[in-house]
Design a protein around this ligand. Structure first.
Ligand SMILES: NC(=O)c1ccc[n+]([C@@H]2O[C@H](COP(=O)([O-])OP(=O)(O)OC[C@H]3O[C@@H](n4cnc5c(N)ncnc54)[C@H](OP(=O)(O)O)[C@@H]3O)[C@@H](O)[C@H]2O)c1
Length: 211
């Protein structure tokens, strides 16, 4: 059983990660600006209203934590404005973890971030850049901050997210030659994240997750 902080826990992958980490017997601190609205109730769940961009919120949330899972996301409308949430929040988080612990960080970015950008097919490259370019440029900075930290990190890069069920049947593509786009449910992406709490085989890895 680990004490896990999930940053971005109120929706999407973060909410699903919260649910599955609780099922796995972990003690979960779920942070989001709308944490109070998390529709889960469990004695092992602590809902913490906080902003990933506010240093004191993050420093306080790290107290007593063994593992951090960062699953921040932005709205569709935000895709068409300058994006700095991912890098700003990660700069704050990495700084706080390096000075006060813990060392283990599991983070979601996405296929197309960092060096996986080169694996986007020719046909998808232009539309990807037009729609997701700002967000993924910032996710690439986020990945660089994590990779250059002294933390024990894993960066998970899911393909296109769906609302489908948890199947456990996704592929974990950890070699650049295997990287490709595809679909994966938020529930399966969350399963991978929760598995990393106890599994160190992907420390220092940037796997792409798709069916
Ligand atoms: N959509 C896709 O196909 C796709 C593909 C690959 C990767 N991804 C990535 O996967 C990640 C998760 O996406 P998702 O759709 O599952 O999640 P989402 O619905 O976008 O949820 C984002 C979470 O981040 C939290 N958040 C945002 N700003 C915050 C802040 N300043 N402080 C604290 N919490 C904050 C939100 O909570 P509050 O608003 O309550 O704070 C929410 O819990 C994203 O990074 C996304 O880019 C998406």
């Amino acid at each position: 059983m680990a004490h896990v902080l999930i940053i971005g826990a109120s929706k999407g992958i973060g909410l699903e990660t919260t649910r599955q980490a609780l099922e796995g017997g972990h003690q979960v601190r779920a942070l989001a600006r709308s944490a109070a609205a998390i529709g889960l109730s469990n004695p092992s769940l602590e809902k913490v209203r906080g902003d990933a961009l506010v240093k004191k919120d993050i420093e306080a949330a790290l107290d007593g934590i063994d593992v951090v899972i960062q699953t921040l996301g932005i709205s569709l409308g935000d895709l068409f404005r300058p994006v700095s949430l991912f890098s700003d929040a990660t700069r704050t988080l990495v700084g706080a973890m390096e000075s006060q612990g813990p060392k283990r960080l599991i983070c979601v970015t996405g296929f197309g971030a960092g060096d996986s950008r080169e694996s986007i097919s020719c046909l998808q490259r232009v539309p990807f850049q037009l729609v997701f370019g700002r967000a993924y440029d910032d996710k690439s900075v986020q990945e660089r901050l994590i990779k250059s930290s002294s933390l024990d990190w894993t960066i998970a890069r899911p393909g296109v997210l769906t609302g489908g069920k948890r199947t456990g049947l996704y592929k974990i593509l950890d070699k650049p030659s295997q990287w490709r786009n595809g679909m994966i449910s938020r529930a399966d992406a969350a399963e991978f994240l929760v598995r990393q709490i106890d599994d160190r085989s992907f420390v220092g890895g940037t796997p792409v997750l798709v069916y």
